[in-house]
Design a protein around this ligand. Structure first.
Ligand code: ADP
Ligand code: MG
Length: 106
């Protein structure tokens, strides 16, 4: 086979040339589907990060049924945040605390 098939991303196409083990590893790796609402929410979260400290800081509540992707969104936000902090080791640092509650709030 020559070149990357049209229906694959560059990353996925590049894996075609790898060993079976590497291809299986890639297939089993974490995937992030960037659907429009998720991108919109990530945009809101990133805007909150840039908000100056004020007495009453704004916040964002995301509501959705179980399995709709809320935890994945937080995970993606966290991963992006870690990557951007690594790229700018001397930039302003803010700590990001992620807390997940199991079960229903009481
Ligand atoms: N953006 C996404 N990209 C890829 N898979 C997703 C995405 N959002 C949700 N999923 C899939 O749906 C499952 C349930 O999502 P999750 O974030 O745990 O839902 P919630 O926290 O709203 O209950 C995840 O384990 C994952 O397999
Ligand atoms: Mg969840």
């Amino acid at each position: 086979m020559t070149g990357t098939p049209d229906h694959l991303t560059d990353d996925a196409g590049a894996v075609l040339a790898e060993s079976i083990d590497e291809r299986i590893f890639f297939i089993r790796s974490k995937r992030w589907v960037a659907y429009p609402k998720a991108l919109e929410i990530l945009g809101h979260l990133n805007a909150l990060l840039k908000h100056p400290r004020t007495t009453r800081m704004p916040s964002l509540a995301v509501y959705g049924d179980s399995g709709m992707g809320k935890s994945m969104l937080v995970e993606k936000f966290k991963d992006d945040y870690v990557l951007s902090a690594r790229e700018k080791p001397h930039g302003p640092q803010a700590k990001l605390l992620v807390v997940e509650l199991a079960g229903r709030p009481e």
